[in-house]
Design a protein around this ligand. Structure first.
Ligand code: URA
Length: 218
């Protein structure tokens, strides 16, 4: 059977709440940051359901031996935040995945052509087989940045079927591009918005996530 991109919008009240806080233009930067961290935590929780590898074992309670299912520490877990704004989601993700290795990718978008290019790439030459990768980027807008990130990861041996993306708002152009090139990928997002404006910003979106996160708005 042909694979098709899976996009989940978890119907969770805390995800809806923190999305509302993040969307609100009057939310000050420190609270915006809290909202993105919380969204990182809850979206990671949802994404981990069918992704975190577990193993069955016997543990001994104070009274008797007992079957237990534990996270398998031998399967490599990686988080790739897309700078800058992916750092906020990373903070929430790390509370659930404290043992994951973090490899940073910095991409900047040319405001005229909307083309993305790398200014930082800390990925290793090759990932171990079966590595689980979680990519954090709050805004999937044109999809240019995420397509470049996926291409770099695939070149280094990452399997898109073992990759999860968490985003706060996703737009159809990004989902279309990713679905065509990486149909086995899975995305968790707080919302899918309708469209982009002429500068490639998501409408209604939440504005410039990096600026709002780091307090660098004018
Ligand atoms: N990046 C942002 O920060 N916001 C958007 O709406 C699109 C890309």
């Amino acid at each position: 059977m042909a694979m098709q991109l899976r996009v989940y919008v978890p119907p969770h009240p805390l995800i809806k709440h923190w999305l509302g806080v993040a969307r609100n233009a009057t939310t000050p930067s420190p609270l915006f940051k809290s909202a993105i961290i919380e969204l990182g935590r809850w979206l990671t929780y949802e994404a981990a359901r069918d992704w975190l590898p577990t193993e069955d074992m016997v543990v001994h309670t104070p009274l008797a031996p007992c079957q237990a299912t534990m996270v398998n520490p031998e399967v490599p877990l990686v988080v790739v935040p897309i700078l800058r704004a992916g750092l906020g989601l990373l903070e929430g993700a790390q509370t659930l995945l404290p043992l994951a290795s973090i490899y940073h990718l910095g991409l900047v978008r040319d405001e005229e052509t909307l083309e993305a290019s790398f200014y930082l790439n800390k990925l290793p030459q090759q990932f171990e087989p079966k590595t689980r990768v979680l990519i954090t980027d709050p805004m999937l807008a044109t999809g240019g940045t995420m397509m470049m990130a996926m291409s770099e990861l695939s070149k280094r041996g990452v399997d898109p079927a073992l990759t999860r993306i968490i985003s706060v708002v996703a737009a159809p152009p990004a989902l279309q591009k990713l679905g065509t090139q990486y149909p086995s990928l899975t995305i968790y997002t707080a919302m899918i918005d309708e469209e982009l404006n002429s500068q490639g910003y998501i409408l209604p979106g939440l504005g410039d996530a990096g600026d709002r996160l780091f307090g660098t708005e004018n």
